[in-house]
Design a protein around this ligand. Structure first.
Ligand code: ZN
Length: 282
């Protein structure tokens, strides 16, 4: 149902109106064919979710121009999560000292902070002013800007942690990131899972999952794999690779991921192949 004042984003879908942009094609495959997936009432507005008839991707029919959460610096605090430690372990497993880590949409820079004594370079890009200032004030190398592939320096790992669900063109952002990766480098992506088991709990679902206009893209595992394949990469769930024996609490999840069953968020990575002929050239 639309809000009674006619002020929902659904009724203001025309381009440029009220700070919103209309999304008329599937952001993953470009198809215009779609069916209504569901309507979400949130914050006094109604948002329409569409499902692509060609590839099955679920996305909102409108989005805000500025999806960055600018946040009040004085109210910010660190939010270290197990995934930050998993990403760090993956990097330690795969990359030599001196490797360059780039994080796109790094928020406060938790990953950079926990890696500050590690033998790697870290650069985070964060367009939200409060978040980027917070990281900078704690000594993390955060650039207050969008990631721009044309000016980015080559990276040995690109990390996109809970970002692709917010952006207008997730496929393009991943492709841009992969372009800046050196051969043998890691592309690490974490996105919420459209089929997350925790959706069975209504309070979790309403607070964390179907939350337009903050989240505008809703990924299944096959969507994630197709995005990686489009960049010439094979997406692999973290599984046990990012765990040590101290992480026994995550073993059940890792076992399921190894069996290609993703009950929680999608935590995946891929190794970029060395360019043809690179091995002989060395
Ligand atoms: Zn599609």
């Amino acid at each position: 149902m639309l809000s009674s004042d006619g002020g929902s984003l659904v009724t203001k879908a025309s381009e440029g109106h009220a700070g919103t942009v209309s999304r008329d094609v599937c952001p993953l495959c470009g198809s215009t064919a779609r069916t209504r997936f569901r309507a979400i009432e949130r914050g006094g507005s109604t948002y329409q979710l569409e499902q692509c008839s060609n590839c099955g991707f679920v996305y909102t029919s409108t989005a805000r121009f500025d999806t960055a959460d600018h946040g009040d610096l004085s109210k910010l605090y660190w939010r270290f999560r197990s995934r930050h430690h998993q990403i760090r372990r993956l990097i330690h497993l795969h990359l030599k000292p001196g490797s360059q880590i780039v994080e796109i949409g790094c928020g406060r820079g938790e990953l950079g902070y926990i890696m500050k004594d590690d033998p790697y370079g870290y650069t985070g890009y964060e367009p939200a002013s409060g978040l980027s200032r917070f990281g900078q004030q704690h000594g993390v190398n955060v650039v207050h800007d969008f990631f721009r592939p044309e000016t980015a320096t080559p990276a040995d790992a690109v990390v996109i942690d809970n970002v692709l669900e917010h952006v207008l063109d997730p496929q393009q952002l991943l492709a841009d990131a992969v372009k800046t990766l050196n051969g043998g480098g890691l592309a690490i992506v974490i996105v919420p899972n459209r089929d997350d088991l925790r959706q069975m709990v209504p309070s979790w679902r309403d607070a964390r999952h179907w939350i337009p206009p903050d989240h505008i893209n809703y990924f299944s595992m096959s969507d994630v794999k197709r995005m990686f394949a489009h960049c010439g990469l094979q997406a692999t769930p973290f599984g046990f690779r990012a765990l040590t024996l101290r992480d026994y609490r995550y073993f059940a999840r890792a076992a399921l991921e190894t069996a290609r069953i993703s009950l929680l968020g999608h935590n995946v990575y891929a190794v970029k192949p060395e360019p043809q002929g690179a091995m002989q050239a060395r």
